[in-house]
Design a protein around this ligand. Structure first.
Ligand SMILES: Nc1ncnc2c1ncn2[C@@H]1O[C@H](COP(=O)(O)OP(=O)(O)OP(=O)(O)O)[C@@H](O)[C@H]1O
Ligand SMILES: [Mg+2]
Length: 254
């Protein structure tokens, strides 16, 4: 079954930082579309514009030109407060450095997005318990981030990102700070949840495990998409160059 309406559609995305001689064209005329349940991976060397692109797609930043539509609504045409509201309800973010609030427990961190949209208390508690179960942390809900391992912290990050059942998931190098074994289990979790919950996902990563599972891999160089391949094609062409995971973990390229 194919869904003909992309959850995320972006066209002509360009973003330049600074001006004159100091101008950096971090994003150049990038187009992306992502359907429900699809996993799009963005890869490319450091400085190629991955974070810039993800921030524009998720409404954390505004491109200088180009349009982003989320479920048919033009994100780039919204006023700041409407954009923030849409972000809170429709988009989940996962950050490389987890982005958890240190003084809150795992459960309270997951609860934050639910509070922001004023979900009722009983429903919040139910949803938090369900989410912590989904990411395998049901026995850790009272622990603060400093009392959790890196992998557990990112599991909290995943649970928080999915709290409001977003249509779009944006993850910027979600396993960049994890060792290879932990990274693999977090990647499994993310890719599994994308399929299960039918969320459209854009993830920047060098991780061959996730590249292998991607429906589409966008290769960025100097802010421009230089190649658009399936996950398997991308691995076959680029192997695990630049990967953060050992060669033993790489599925055989076809
Ligand atoms: N706020 C900013 N002001 C000026 N230049 C910036 C800013 N943010 C990013 N850049 C520049 O834009 C380019 C793209 O940066 P970006 O962070 O998007 O790359 P990246 O692919 O995410 O890199 P990395 O893999 O290291 O995270 C780089 O040349 C960077 O120096
Ligand atoms: Mg980056």
């Amino acid at each position: 079954m194919t869904d003909t309406t992309p959850t995320l559609l972006a066209e002509g995305i360009s973003r330049t930082y600074g001006s004159g001689d100091a101008a950096v064209r971090a994003c150049r005329d990038v187009a992306v579309q992502v359907f429900p349940g699809q996993l799009v991976v963005v890869r490319g060397p450091s400085g190629s514009g991955k974070t810039t692109l993800l921030n524009c797609l998720g409404g954390l930043d505004r491109p200088d030109s180009g349009q982003v539509w989320l479920d048919g609504r033009e994100l780039t045409a919204l006023r700041e407060d409407d954009r923030i509201q849409l972000r809170q309800t429709e988009i989940g973010f996962i950050f490389q450095s987890f982005g958890l609030i240190p003084v809150l427990s795992a459960a309270e961190n997951v609860e934050v997005p639910l509070r922001l949209v004023k979900t009722a208390g009983s429903e919040r508690a139910e949803r938090v318990a369900e989410l912590l179960g989904t990411v395998g942390l049901e026995r850790h809900h009272h622990q603060r981030p400093a009392e959790l391992s890196g992998g557990q912290q990112q599991r909290v990050g995943v649970a928080r990102a999915l709290a409001n059942r977003p249509k779009l998931l944006i993850a910027d190098e979600p396993t960049g700070q994890l060792d290879s074994g932990t990274a693999a289990s977090v990647m499994d979790l993310i890719s599994g949840l994308v399929r299960q919950s039918n969320v459209a996902a854009v993830v920047s990563t060098h991780d061959p495990l996730l590249v292998a599972r991607a429906d589409v891999v966008l290769e960025l160089h100097d802010g421009a998409v230089v190649e658009r391949l399936t996950g398997q094609q991308s691995l076959a062409e680029h192997g695990d160059a630049g990967s953060v995971i050992g060669a033993a973990d790489v599925p055989p390229a076809r």
